[in-house]
Each structure stands twice: as C-alpha cells, then as structure tokens.
Design a binder for this molecule. Structure first.
Ligand code: 4AD
Ligand code: MG
Length: 466
C-alpha cells in the first residue's frame, strides 16, 4: 500500500474522501467506544482543527498501544479517508495501521486537557506551541511576516540586511547590549579599572543593534526604496506587556519621501497586514475573536475600512490636558507621552488608530527633520487601540548643517557618524522611513495582551531560558 502523505489541513478537505493517505502528528484526545473501536483526534500544527481517526479493535496493536495512547503521544496513521457523519468535520480517517513514535506519560506531560493560564504556559515555552492558542499565534505571525514581504515586494522595495552588531546607537537612548570577547572573569580577577577596547574583538566598543535605520538610509539613498526585517535588541529594564529585550522590526526607508508620504505608507501597511490576517487565517482569527479578545475581527475590519486620524503632537497635548481625565503622569508640552495618554487618544477619544506627528525636538533623536518653528521635528508615531505605539518613524534631516547642529545639541560625537553625514555631503535627498515592531503588530492582530506570548522564546530582564 503506497499512501499519499497529507497534512491534517489537507486531509480535512472533502476532496480527500476515497483516498488512501498517511498523516503524522500528536494525539490530542482519545475516546474509546463500547462498540469496539477508539476515536483519536490528531493535530499536526497545519491548522487549528484536528483530524478524527477511527481505530478499530482489530488493529494488531490496538490493545497493546492504541488503547493506552495519551494526549501528547506522536503517531503515524495510514488508512482510508471517509466522509464523516460527525459534527465539525467533513472527513475522517479509518486507520489501517497506527504506528506509535513516542508516548507521553500523563503523570509527567504538562499539557493535559485542562486549560492552563498563559503565565503557566510561559514556563513551558518549549511545549506551549502544542496548544491551540500558541499554534494559532505561530500561524498568524507567519501570515503577517509573509504579508509584510509581499506588501513591500509588490511595490518594488528591496529587502536589505543591515548588521546585527554595530558601533552606533541609532535611538541615542543608550539601551544597548554590549558585545565583547574580553574575558570578564580575568578582568575582575585583576581588578582592572579602565578597559582598553583596542584589545577587544572589534578594537572598539560594539553593541547589538537597536535599529537598522541608519544603515538602511545608506541603501535608500542609493536604491530608492528599501526595507529591513530583522532582530533588534534593547537593554531597557522595562517589565511591561509591550516590551521585549529582543524583538523583530521592519524598517522601510524611502528616498524622495516626506512625512506625509511616510504616513500614507504606514497606514496602508497596517491595513494590509490586518486584512490578510482576517482573510487568510479565518479559523485562527475566530479563535482569538472567541477566546482572547471578543469583537476583535470586527474591530480590525473597521481599522481596514476607516481612515487613521492624523494629529500634531501639540493638538494631542491640548486634548489630553482639556479632557478632564485623571492620568498617573501629568501631560505637559515638551514631555514624552506615556502609554496611558496614547491609549486614551486611540481607545477613548478617537476610537481609531492615530498618527501623531511634529514632536518636540528635545525628546526625539538627532536624525529627525527639524521644522521651521525650531521647536518640533517631523517625527511620527502610529498608535493603535489596545497596544499603543506600534510604529515610530520620521522624515530624516537631510541638510548637513542642521544635522551637525542637532548632533552637537544632543552630545553625539559627529566623527563616529561620518559615514551617515556623508549621505548629506554627497547628493543629499529628502527621505523618510519608519519601524514597525513585529510583536506589537502580532499583539494588535491577535488580541493577545502580553507581548511575551506572541514571540516563541521571549527575552526580558531576568529571563533567557530556552
Ligand atoms: O520607535 P522606535 O524606537 O523607532 C526606531 O527604532 C526607529 N529607528 C525606526 C525607524 O524610523 N526606522 O521603535 C520602532 C518600533 C516601536 O514603535 C515599537 O513598535 C517597536 O519598534 N519597539 C519595541 N517592541 C518591543 N519591545 C521593545 N522594547 C520595543 N521598542 C520598540
Ligand atoms: Mg518610538
């Protein structure tokens, strides 16, 4: 018997009826019927649903193996696909053989049928992908990544790989992980007070990147429209539901784009990701809609269909100071908005995504374009309900003198950024770009409240297990 190997997703389709097939996966449940057979529900991760298997008592290993199969055991099943009379499925597989690859002892296997909290499942990050919710998160995350590439590729953006190890601090926030091959134990032993980084691997201080933007700009200023998609690192001690120490960022950068063009692109981008998730992952999205965030799909559809609010920072401050709402942090022109303020604007005041722009120059990095008012820069943040800031970006300062003055203002050593300034020295052009935090996008689309649950192995202060 040669049987076609199918995924559960394929085998659930009615066109498989009548075929002899093989599937491989993990047992979710086993029920024994008094009529002399057992039902097995098999999942292989290809979709949320399981495939129902009918395993007859005549099978050679029925008593010795099949009847004792537990949740989590791994099997290969060959047999004939039949139309199913049961609810929730079009097909079922009548087993001719069931091979058991590995058993899962119910005394010690953590993922029993009972529901576990997301907190508990974080301790079993190596197994949680076997649950319905985390399987769905993985599939939707994959769908989002695919949409991102398609969105940019369709518009002839080039995918550029910027370095992971770098000497520059793009965001100037100083929240960088240092990369070194110096022997820290030896240094401690010798009680050396001043380190000579000439002895280090790169012969100077080096870090894990917080953003690929600066290097991305060099490619945009040669090739037009580019995007990066890679891991970024921030050593912020933020123990929140929206911060990770290691996260993935997508950073488009476009020559000949100004702030308005940048906003248009960011808005179209978010809408595309949301629309694709709804249409391409209906089953998984339904799970989030029912069990994680009621009303999610309708809310996302509204985001897809409506226009984002665009609001200057100064007007946002006026709304926040005049709204009568008590905030933990006071709102003052010139200070950064806290997530409570951002969420008030997007969730309560506008009930829509909001693009805030023209921020005070003092609170934004050196590379943002300075407005003529000498007080604000052409930076923009996209805020969405439930998550807050999902995108940060700006038009870039392309005038050499202004850029140099800004570096001086912020105490940034211009000589370290000679190559960045060169873009302004030779054929400078207006350009703009932004960064989307992938995990915040996955939170927004799935409704998952904690960012640690939308990346397979979250890194945060005090946690680098797995
Ligand atoms: O606003 P940020 O810091 O902007 C930049 O890094 C720019 N260089 C991007 C650019 O213009 N090319 O970060 C961009 C986005 C944020 O809006 C947020 O979605 C995400 O990255 N982000 C984080 N996500 C998870 N954990 C963290 N610690 C994050 N910090 C930023
Ligand atoms: Mg930001």
């Amino acid at each position: 018997m040669s049987s076609e190997k199918l995924s559960v997703k394929q085998a659930r389709l009615p066109e498989c009826i009548g075929k002899t097939i093989k599937i491989e996966g993990w047992v979710r449940t086993r029920r024994d019927s008094k009529a002399g057979f057992s039902f097995l529900e098999i999942n292989d991760g290809s979709c949320l649903s399981n495939l129902q298997i009918i395993a007859d008592a005549n099978l050679a290993n029925y008593e010795s193996q099949i009847k004792t199969l537990n949740t989590g055991a791994s099997v290969a099943v060959e047999g004939l696909m039949k139309e199913s009379g049961g609810k929730g499925q079009a097909t079922e597989l009548v087993a001719k053989s069931v091979v058991v690859y590995g058993e899962a002892d119910p005394e010690t296997y953590p993922l029993q049928k009972k529901r576990h909290s997301f907190e508990k499942l974080r301790e079993w990050a190596h197994l949680r992908s076997r649950t319905n919710t985390f399987g769905a998160v993985a599939r939707v995350r994959n769908c989002i990544c695919n949409s991102i590439h398609q969105f940019f590729q369709e518009q002839e953006f080039l995918y550029v790989h910027t370095p992971i190890i770098t000497a520059s601090d793009c965001e100037g926030a100083g929240a960088m992980f240092q990369v070194t091959t110096l022997d820290l134990d030896k240094i401690a032993e010798k009680e050396i007070k001043y380190l000579d980084f000439k002895q280090d691997f790169f012969q100077r201080r080096a870090y894990l990147t917080v953003s690929g933007q600066l290097e991305g700009e060099t490619y945009a200023c040669a090739l037009g429209k580019i995007y990066t998609f890679g891991p970024t690192f921030r050593a912020e001690k933020s123990n929140t539901t929206r911060h990770l120490a290691e996260f993935w960022m997508i950073e488009p950068e476009m020559a000949f784009y100004e702030l308005e063009d940048n906003m248009d692109l960011a808005e179209a981008f978010i809408k595309r990701i949301a629309k694709d998730a709804i249409t391409l992952c209906p089953e998984d999205m339904q799970l989030f809609n029912e069990h994680v965030e009621p009303g999610l799909i309708e809310a996302l559809q509204k985001v897809v269909d409506s226009q984002f609010v665009r609001l200057p920072y100064t007007e946002a401050v006026e709304i926040l100071t005049g709204c009568g709402q008590k905030f933990e942090y006071e709102v003052k022109w010139g200070s950064d908005l806290q997530s409570e303020h951002e969420r008030y604007l997007t969730e309560q005041h506008f009930k829509s995504p909001v693009i805030l722009y023209n921020y005070p120059r003092k609170i934004k990095p050196f590379y943002m374009y300075c407005n003529d008012d000498e007080k604000t820069v052409r930076g923009m943040d996209v805020l969405v309900p439930r998550v807050g800031e999902i995108i940060g970006g700006s038009q870039r300062e392309h005038r050499l003198e202004v850029l140099e003055a800004r570096m001086a203002e912020q105490g940034i050593p211009a000589e370290d950024y000679w190559w960045y300034s060169d873009l302004r020295r030779f054929g400078t052009v207006p350009h703009a770009g932004f960064g989307l935090g992938l995990e915040r996008a996955v939170q927004f689309i799935t409704g998952m409240t904690n960012i640690r649950d939308v990346i397979p192995f979250p890194r945060f202060p005090g946690n680098v297990e797995f």
